[in-house]
Design a protein around this ligand. Sequence first.
Ligand code: ADP
Ligand code: MG
Length: 559
Amino acid sequence: MAKKQFQAESKRLLEMMINSIYTQREIFLRELISNASDAIDKIYYKALTDDNLVFNKEDYYIRITADKTNRTLTISDTGIGMNKEELENNLGVIAKSGSLAFKNENELKDGHNIIGQFGVGFYSAFMVADQVTVMTRALGSDEAFKWESTGADGYTVVADEKETVGTDIVLKIKDNTEEDSYDEFLEEYRLKAIIKKYSDFIRYPIKMDVKISKPVEGSETEFEEAVEEQTVNSMVPIWRKNKSELTEEDYENFYAEKRYGFDKPIKHIHISADGAVVYNAILFIPEKTPFDYYTKEYEKGLELYSNGVLIMDKCADLLPDYFSFVKGMVDSEDLSLNISREMLQHDRQLSLIAKNIKNKIKSQLLGLLKDEREKYEKFYTSFGRQLKFGVYNDYGMNKDLLQDLLMFYSSKEKKLVALDEYISRMPEDQKYIYYAAGTSVERIEKLPQTELVADKGYEILYFTDDIDEFAIKVIGTYKEKAFKSVSSGDLGIEADNEDKASEEEENGHKELFEEMKKLLDGKVTGVRASKRLKSHPVCLTADGELSIEMEKILQAMPD
Ligand code: ADP
Ligand code: MG
């Protein structure tokens, strides 16, 4: 049986697309610039195999011109252009991508830069324009053509004149309506900002005439307005540069330029991975806690680029919550983008990259802890709490990854120490990792319960953060040593120091203890003599699993 072809109501399809694919109008510029870059890339690739074609980088650029009086915005390129047939096929058939076909025909696989693949980006121009005119002349042809459309009603193609090879796309920017203003797309500063945001790393210069004020000749105080052609994009992304060419200052400038933070990063991590998944990344460990960090408002994520074009501002899937403080970007050619190029399909590549990144961050932090202690302590002061939450959350799933990164204040060292350091200093007869919980170091130092353990020469970790004890409970044991609160009933200290006093002492004060218990009715479960005390007359001990501090926190929590 002969199969029938599906019919498509192209007008409706176009309208639907224009209005539903993209969440932000400003991306039309990203799409048109990407197309222009693709068009130049095609000449570049052709020149690789065609001896008659020479590719001089200086001859290739993209130009953006805004004309407020006529309300037009023009995007010009010196790329490969289109002949009549290509115009009809590429701009007359929705979802037809000449660029994808080009990639396939030329078997461009790894290392290609061509961005187009879906054949819809061009039509995003209709989000801001009510008429689009394309004037184009193909490489190797002296004929030019003009394609024109006002959107859903279709398009016309006529012969035209054009002096140079390439394409000019003229958008007639929509008039403002009561709800919407389109003026911003004619404003120089706005256009510059949009280009910077999405297209900063397009490999060819994006030029624009920019108004500047310059000193009047012969005068030092007078200034006059002038127009200067500027290249708006930085072109070569720092992450594609060789690490050996880059200085610490370059990374710091990038951090500031990108507004990842107003502080100076403690450390940068530059990754160029070309294993199972190919990507470049520059990550930063900030120094200071952002003001909203420990609130719901804080949004984690890394910038995500596909081939140098920004796809997502904050890709949350790239960072686990416990490393949510990390800032930076990832660029990959291997991503499976969805049609709007805004969101990603949840794909394997992305989870591979995320896993890779997670391990890199962990090993870099460990390195910092070992080799640059001061910096690590700074980092830990800002974000240690998040690591402890990370241990506690997700049912302790990540404790193995995180426990080596934890630090607590030490009674012996009088500063933050890592668990591994504690273990390595432990006397042979010490069975447990001792800790004392309290609201501050000063208060813990005064706790009578710490005396016996400290007297024995054992180090005590001070838990001053309310998450500390919860995190430790999740860890359970570290290098086969269990954690023990100094206020727990059984301290596991040798017989001569047993907490239990002799029967004689106990019996001798039986009546007193009974009386005290009565007075403290309901507040304690018992009163007894103790050897634990040195200089304090009395202390509280907890017989259950939880320390007194932890019980306090639990009691304070709303049900
Ligand atoms: P995509 O870029 O995903 O292929 P678009 O809708 O953005 O889809 O563009 C459709 C096609 O039109 C492109 O694949 C390309 O063949 C052609 N095209 C668009 N803009 C230009 C341009 N400036 N120069 C040459 N060809 C272009
Ligand atoms: Mg495109």
